[in-house]
Design a protein around this ligand. Sequence first.
Ligand code: NAD
Length: 361
Amino acid sequence: MVTIKVDNLIDFVGEVFSHADSSSEEARRIATYLTTANLTGHDSHGVIRVPVYIRWKKMGSVVPNQTPEILIDTPSLAVVDGKFGYGQTVAPVAVKLGIEKCKKAGLAAVALRNAGHIGRIGDWAEMAAAEGLVSVHFVNAAGSLLVAPFGGVEKRLSTAPYCVGIPRQGQDPIVLDFATSIVAEGKVLVASRGGKKLPVGALVDSDGTLSEDPHVLYGPYTPDGQRDHTKGTGAIRAFGEHKGSGLAFICELLGGALSGTGATAPDRRFANGMLAFYIDPKVIDPANFFDGEISRYVDFIRETKPIAGTDKVLIPGDPERKTRAERTKNGIPLPDDTWAAIVNTAREVGVSEVSIQRATS
Ligand code: NAD
């Protein structure tokens, strides 16, 4: 395990993307969002993605320095085409538009289509919450066929995340943000690289056997070699039996089909699609009942007697807040395999040995 200081990691990852044709602004933005995913404890969506992003860039499936296009623009609704630009570049444009429209109309919906990987969806809910807005995000990852629907053993869904952000006055927002699969694919990636093991039965093989072995998804691989989810015989399972599988299906239809990205299919180019709704609580609730009621209810939930083996009942957003505080102070731990794969990629794009050494100083 190596532990890297937050600023060093952002500088280093930014250098990798600068060497891969991104402008310095884009490179730093990608590095900052990926590092934020690590900071919040979502290592699956953090810098472990650097080799994959650079591979996608080389294949032309993600385009550096892309300018998204606004295809539809009404007072309360917009459709933004990310044109396969980096998600970290095109998603903030769509979210900013949703925020602006919502501040004028009280309610807005913005569909983002054809975005490169938009990472941790909580980032976009936090962006809206920072402006005092509630947001709800339905997302799919077209082309990323990974998840078996309830009752099936074949991949038909992406890990299709769902996210809700709720601002609080003078406090951090409440952010519920999860993949609709038992685990996000990145968590299988992390486990395959020596990180945290998968929960029991997170995967299903083609014969219906439940498994936690990443080889079920990726087939054979070497420690720092590529992971390809088209090579395995099995799938990740949708969470929550028929209910979670149903939510995943809706994310595919709203985040994928309605956004214009397309629902997940084996022959689609990788893209995230996101349909997001923004609501201004100040418009719907001028008497400001909401914020006090949130506080009352949060306390009520926190005071639940915990089940044996659990310290206390948490609120969505608590685990991320705790990890962010710890890692901001102590740095970001990365398994050796993960770091080796990032360093290999850095060397491939021409980052100097001096910069590689500096990252771990
Ligand atoms: P997860 O299973 O860790 O669940 C995270 C959510 O559950 C958070 O809202 C967290 O605050 C809450 N939570 C966790 N423990 C809790 C507890 N004990 N009590 C109450 N709440 C608790 O997340 P995941 O499914 O592994 O997803 C990880 C990340 O991957 C997310 O940020 C998601 O947006 C991202 N993702 C992105 C894509 C994409 O295509 N861009 C696809 C899938 C997932």
